[in-house]
Design a protein around this ligand. Sequence first.
Ligand code: ZN
Length: 233
Amino acid sequence: MLNRRQTLQGLVAATGLAATAASAKDRCIAFTPEAQQAKTPAEALKRLQEGNARFVAGEALHCDLLEQVRSTAQQQAPFAAVLGCIDSRVPPELVFDQNIGDMFVARIAGNIASTDIIGSLEFATALAGAKLIVVLGHSECGAVKGAIDNARLGSLTGVLQQIRPALKALDYKGVPSSKDKALVQRVAERNAKDAAAHLTGRSPTMAGLVREGKLRIVYAMHDVATGKVSWFG
Ligand SMILES: [Zn+2]
């Protein structure tokens, strides 16, 4: 027989579990335009920070993706956008524990803010209403290593040349090499910071949204060894 105290404890625990399940279920509801517009850039950032914390803790939501497909069939209203690298170890939806209809994701080697990427993010923000852009660099980035070594290969050469200014900005003494792990990390961080700056520097549209407080742009670094994202800016 349970005594009164044990029964109460059981009730409190069950209620807590139910509340956790309910909020997890809430977070699986696909964004509507109303929900998107009700989010501030700060809330959008918090949502991604919480998502990465769940991912790292092994507590991803595992939403019903087919239900989300059904509920986004007629419209999408993502609250955020990510500019990330093509690296197979850094899929933004998984890293931030987000799902269908939550985020626009633009991926390009070295997460550079090239003209076409900027155009895509102008769509994501000015036309489609996303409140936050995260430029997501990462450790052990092959594109950054290629840029440091001044690698050349077909059209990739032009991509890597857009990362080179991040190396030059560090004023590195000596012969830069991708074997220098600390240098690779520093260039990757600087490159993500530069890309975030380019989004407003090269886009009067996004600069205007930031000025009006409708958009926030930050950069972050993903650690491929842990899955953890560190935030900057
Ligand atoms: Zn990369």
